[in-house]
Design a protein. Sequence first.
Lengths: 253, 657
Amino acid sequence: MSQNTMNLKVKVWRQKNANAQGAFVTYDVAGISDEMSFLEMMDILNERLITEGGDPVAFDHDCREGICGMCSMYINGKPHGPWQANTTCQLHMRAFKDGETIVIEPWRANSFPIVKDLTVDRSAFDRIIQAGGYISLNTGNAVDGNSIPIEKQNADDAFAAAMCIGCGACVAACKNSSAMLFLSAKVSHLALLPQGAPERKSRVLNMVAQMDKEGFGSCTNTGACEATCPKEISIANIARLNSEYLGASLSAQ
Amino acid sequence: MLDAKIPSGNLDDKWVDYKGHCKLVNPANKRKMEVIIVGTGLAGASAAASMAELGYKVKAFCFQDSPRRAHSIAAQGGINAAKNYQNDGDSIFRLFYDTIKGGDYRSREANVHRLAEVSTNIIDQCVAQGVPFAREYGGLLSNRSFGGTQVQRTFYAAGQTGQQLLIGAYQALERQVALGNVTMHTRHEMLDIVKIDGKAKGIIARNLITGELEKHFGHAVLICSGGYGNVYYLSTNAMGSNVTAAWKAHKQGAYFANPCFTQIHPTCIPVSGDHQSKLTLMSESLRNDGRIWVPKNVGETRKANDILEAERDYFLERRYPAFGNLVPRDVASRAAKERCDAGFGVGTSKQAVYLDYAAAIERYGKIEVSKQGLSNVSSEQIIAMGKEVVKEKYGNLFNMYAKITGENPYEVPMRIYPAVHYTMGGLWVDYELQTTVPGLFALGESNFSDHGANRLGASALMQGLADGYFVAPYTVGNNLADEIYNAAIPTTHPAFEEAAKNVAARIASLKNINGKQSAESFHKRLGKIIWNECGMSRNEAGLKQAILDLQALKKEFWSDLRIPGEINEYNPELDKANRVADFIELGELMCVDALAREESCGGHFREEYQTPEGEALRDDEKFMYVAAWENKGAHEWQLHKEALKYDVIKPSQRNYK
C-alpha cells in the first residue's frame, strides 16, 4: 500500500484533426504515484497543459472500469499497453519504472480515421452491426424465457463471445488491420443460440460484406488479435466464422 | 399539489386498464411523427428501438462515439424479475412490496406495481434477443440473491449483466438504424430544449466533433440521459455521465424531484489519493459470500490476517442478524461510515472496512471435499479447493480488485468503502413518464419515479428497460395521438433560432472567461463540498454552509474558468465545462432539498432525525410527499408537493434486524 513516485517521459502522437499532419511530442510528467491509473497520469499531464496555456491531449475514455470499450491507446507498441487481458483505463502505473519513456499512439487503421490526437472514429463497427448483428425481433413478441432451454455449454460459449467490448484493439494489433475477431465474436454469439438460427446465413454474409466495404484487411491467422484482446475473445471464433461463412456461401449459391 | 395522473381502479388493474384505453396513433400517422431520444443507455436504446419498430421516425443522440458505450454497460450484478422460476415464493406483489419497502416508502405505488408487472416481459424480451443470461445444466435460466430481498429473483450474465442487456438493446437499435427508422447522432450533446406554445418541440444539440450547433424538431422529446452521481466528482459513474440534458429540461420548466435522494453503494474500492478520477464498484453479489468487518480496537495497526477472530467486529451481522451482510445499500453504507468515523477504519486512509472471503473459501473448500468424497485432506488443500470455487463465481471481480490495488484478494481481505453509485432523484414525471413540460418525457435513471429514497440492487436495469420497452411506447403514443394534426415544424421557426442563439451565447461566455482554472479543478472542489455536506449524512448547519460555498464556487467558476482550444472544433474541455456549470447549480438544489426534508429516509440521512439505535427516522406526518422543485431563476426554486398515498401497503419503520 505504500506509494512510490516516479518521473517519466511520455511521447504522444499529436494531430489537430483528421486532415492535419501529426507528429510525436514528448512531455515530462513528474511525481506520478504507482497507485495511479494510466489515464490519471494523462489527466495530470492535461491539467498541466491547460494551466500552462497549452492544448490538452485528446483521448477517448468513459467508464474507466474496463467495460465500455471507449479507451483506445496504443502504448509502447501494444494496444491497451503491457498487461494481459486489460484495457488502457485499467492499466496502472505500477506497470512502469521511474525514468521510463512511454510511447502513446492512437489505434492505427485506415478504417478508424483519427479525430484528434489519440481519438479515432470507430463508427465502422456500428455499421457492421447494422448489417446483421442482431436478431430481428420487435418488442413484445417474446415467448417465456424458459421456453427456450439452451445447453449450458452453448450459453457459456455465446456469453464468452458476447463479452466483446467493441474497443477495436484487435484491429489495432493486426498487421492487416483486420476486424475478423470483432466480427467473429458477434457472429458466434448469435450463431450459438437457437434464437439466432433463422437469420444465421444472411447474417454472416451481410456482415462480412460490410466489413469488406469498410476497408478492414484480411485475416492471416497470426493471433495478434487474440493476444491483445482485453476480454480474451478466442480466435476459435474466427474459425467458427469461417465455417459459418463457407456454409452460408455454399447454400446461397 | 401535483397531480401524477394515476389511473383509478385497483392497483392490479391500473396498467392493464390504461393500456386498454389509451389513445393510439394509426400506422400512416406514425410515419409522420418524429420522436427525439436523448441518451442511448438501457432506457434510451430500448425506447428508440421500440418506438421505431412501431413506425415513428426516431432521432437518437448520445455523447459517446457509439450508443453501445452508455454507462448502463457497467452494471455488474443483475436484473430482477418476478418470474418465480425458483418456486421460492416470489410474485409481482412481492417484488412490488420489496421495492416500496427498500425505497423507505417514498415512491409511488402505481408506478412501482407497473414496474413489477412488466419485469417478467423484460426477461422474455431479452432472452429472445439473444442476451446470454447464466443458465443451469438443464438449460434453464439461473437466479441469484441480492440485498434487501429474501427470494432469488435476480437474472444475471456473470458480472456483466448491464453489458449484455445494453448490447441487446443496442443491437435492436442498430437494426432500426439499418432499416432507416432511427437516425443516430453519436458524439452529440443536447444543450437545450426548444419549446413552442409551451410544448417541447425539439432540441439544440452540439456536434462534439465540429462544435456546430444543430436544431432538431420532434413531436415529443424523451430524456434518457441517466443519473447525476458525478456531481460528487468521485463516483462509480462513467467520466462523461452528466446532468446537462436533465438540467436544461429543468431550466425550461420541468420540475426536479427529490434531488437529495442519492445512493451510496457500500462496496467500492476506496480512494487511494488526490489523483483519483473515479471509483470502482465491487458488485453487491460479493455480499452473498463475503463477510464485512473492522478490528475491535481503535487505531489497530496489525495486518488483517494477524487480527484474531475474537478481535474482529462483524458489524453488519452484529447489528442486523436477520439480513446480516445482505442489508440494503443505504443501511450497509451508513454502518461502514459509522465504524470508520468512530476510528475503527482500516488501510492507510482509515476510510475503509474489510470484505473478507476467508470463511467462504474454507466453507466452499469443505463442500468440495465432501462432494469429491476425499478424506485426510490438509487444511491447505481445502483452502486451495475453496479458492477455485470462489474464482469461478467471482473471478472477474477479484481480478479487477487486484489490478487496481495491486493486492491479492484471495490472500488478504479486500478493503472497501461506500461510494456514490446511483441517484434516485431526477426529473419529476407523472404516471405516463411525462414531465411538467408537455411533450417532454423522462425515462430510466433520469426520472425520479420508482425507487423512492433508496434503490434495491438489480432494479436499475429493470427500470430502464421497463420504461423504454414497455411503458413509453404506450404513454408517449397516448400523447402523440393529440399531435397528429400538427405537422412537423421547420427548424427555421423563431423558437429554434432563439434557442440556438442562447446556447451559442452561453458557450461563448464560458469560453470568454479566459481565467486560470480548469473545469476539472472546479469539478473536484464541487465534489468535495457535496460529498462532505450532502453525502452519507447531512445536517442543517452543514447544508446551509454548503449552499453558501456552492454559490461562491459558481461565482468563481464564471470568473476564473479556463477552456483551451476553440469553440468550433473537437474540444473535450469545453464539453466538460458545460457539464460542470450545470452540476454546480444542481449541487445547490440538492442541498436545498436536503435541508427542506427534515427527516431521515433511505439514502437521505439527516443527523438530527435518527432512532436511539442510529437508524433513519422518517416523519410520515410531514414528509410523505415527493418534493418537486420548480426553477425560478438563479439560486431560486419553488417547492411543489406530490402527496404519496399508500392504498395497499402500510408504511412502517424498515426493519432488517
